[in-house]
Design a protein around this ligand. Structure first.
Ligand code: SF4
Length: 233
């Protein structure tokens, strides 16, 4: 195996969750690989330790071995983050996992559209983060041009035909009802069928109150989609 930047062994893994039934809804159970590194700086990031693109003690070689040991017990592997698409060898990692018979899910913010386009033919399901109305993205991500990148990626995803869910974590200091309504309407217009609204938690891991979860408001959002999910902390 070559050991360069694009070698599959260069994938930096920050954490694992060996069994989940919620991160990949189209399979019965899955193994989650949390890839290290993200350029964006959402203030509510729940995986802040994964933001720096530093090396980790978990080598891909050992992670892959662990995945293979779960054959027959889990059906799928989820590449989550951080942002998995910034790993130069993500394609090779997905190929390796598929070759062992696992189905593959990707959790992404859509930060790297050209990589998303390349990997989508190998992916069975995508969880796609919508941070804010596209014009307001930078206020949430603190990264210039992030709205344009996410919008490009979402169009690529829709055109790919791969099954996906869009989801928004409601950080009450930056997102209000107007923003969520604007997001829901713009997603409906471009044909998004499944949307989830997720509650945010604070440093003490307590739910952050938002009127976006008021029942009458949720009814309004629900009308925009075929499937609408509310995830409370
Ligand atoms: S895009 Fe995701 S991983 Fe990156 S900072 Fe935002 S919440 Fe954290």
């Amino acid at each position: 195996m070559p050991s360069g930047r694009n070698s599959v062994n260069s994938i930096i893994v920050g954490g694992l969750s060996p069994f989940t039934t919620i991160d990949f809804p189209t399979v019965t159970s899955a193994f989650v690989v949390f890839c290290q590194g993200c350029f964006w700086r959402c203030p509510y990031c729940q995986n802040r330790l994964l933001q720096p693109a530093k090396n980790s003690k978990l080598s891909w070689k050992n992670v892959f071995k662990e995945i293979c040991q779960r054959k027959g017990f889990v059906e799928g592997v989820v590449f989550s983050g951080g942002e998995p698409l910034i790993q130069p060898a993500i394609m090779e990692g997905i190929q390796q996992v598929r070759a062992e018979g696992f189905r593959v899910a990707l959790h992404t913010s859509g930060a790297v559209p050209r990589v998303l386009e390349k990997v989508l033919p190998l992916v069975d399901w995508v969880g796609f983060d919508i941070k804010a109305p596209f014009a307001k993205y930078e206020k949430v991500t603190f990264y210039g041009g992030s709205g344009r990148l996410a919008q490009t990626s979402l169009n690529i995803l829709i055109n790919s035909g791969v099954e996906f869910e869009c989801r928004t974590t409601v950080y009450p200091k930056l997102l209000q009802q107007d923003d969520i309504l604007q997001i829901a309407q713009s997603l409906r217009e471009i044909g998004v069928k499944t949307y989830a609204l997720q509650e945010c938690f604070d440093k003490e891991r307590l739910p952050m109150h938002s009127d976006c979860f008021a029942p009458e408001f949720l009814q309004k959002i629900e009308q925009c989609f075929q499937k609408f999910v509310v995830r409370k902390v």
